[in-house]
Design a protein around this ligand. Sequence first.
Ligand code: NAD
Ligand code: IPM
Ligand code: MN
Length: 357
Amino acid sequence: MKARIAVLPGDGIGPEVTAAAVSVLRDAAARGGHEFEFSEHAIGGCAIDAHGDPLPAETLIVCKQADAVLLGAVGGPRWSDPKAKVRPEQGLLRLRAELGVYANLRPVRVHPKLAALSPLKNERLTGVDLLFVRELTGGAYFGAKTRTADVATDETKYTTQEVERVARRAFALARGRGRRVTSVDKANVLETSRLWRETVQRVAHEFPDVALEHQLVDSMAMLLLTRPAAYDVIVTENLFGDILTDEAAALAGSLGLLPSASLGDGKVGLYEPIHGSAPDIAGRGVANPLGAILSAAMLLRHSLGLADEAAAIEAAVDRVLDAGVSTRDLGGDAGTREATAAVLAALNERAASKEAA
Ligand code: NAD
Ligand code: IPM
Ligand code: MN
């Protein structure tokens, strides 16, 4: 097959981890006889420096015309002055909105070899297999903002239509897994959460084969640490999803491991690891590339319909972790390149053993 993939490396470790993900995608293309055309474009702080705009018009046009977008990370201390009018993160938020990718899928699994890295007791981590579905284009991130010297506001707004579509996505995904959805809100305080809960409850009637429960976000933050294996699909609003998924990364062992796919009703999907630009380790070749590589696997599955190729990459990552190859965030000493090479070698071995069989 032919596919156009827009690559937006961004800032900090973004270019290091996207290079790793692209090499794995090139490998998948070569192996499967696919033609992937990659093009790199600016976003975030480096786009502010070069074009004065965190999402230059050219980047947006190419992304809209692509089959999929692979993104590294944006932001960093250079562009973080609280008084700055233009910020790298605005470019990412605008891209998500412009692509209409309202459902952000963030799977969290715990590899047995890494359970020891988690601050939780190992027995609590057995069987953890979560899929967060984070609403991505609404809520506090996109509401009106006001600011005077002493007063600031960020409006949180949700419409039933915005909740319905992300809830349907969560229920549909639950059908392909454990058939359980936990909807997370703050309905005891927030009006937007009461609308959220009523709407999710209504959508649930369309999916009688999927069990629904509601949790308040404060207690969910605790339950994620005490009973993480008890949950399947967790659907929640934009801000709660941002916070809970970084918390869930501590179950997996490192923020550097978690991938994401952002999907809407249009043809373009956006794929990015959930971590940021990690300014503290940028430019040193030590970033963990596995979150970006697993995001590339999600790209193959969700945008290109290449489920087998995606599963092969996920299995290769598992084997690399089984073999004890780990970057510094996982307590090892492999660099970004070594870890990427190990994934490519695992893919190669698998292909060779399949041929032999
Ligand atoms: P961060 O995710 O960049 O880093 C948090 C910690 O995790 C750091 O210690 C970092 O070294 C570590 N870490 C993250 N990814 C890693 C990887 N792949 N390998 C090894 N270690 C890794 O969060 P932060 O420091 O709060 O934010 C830095 C900047 O990134 C901010 O400007 C923020 O807005 C931005 N950010 C961007 C995205 C994105 O582009 N999607 C996501 C989150 C944060
Ligand atoms: C993420 C990031 C972004 C978010 C920032 C950089 C805008 O934290 O993708 O999780 O809050 O959505
Ligand atoms: Mn985040």
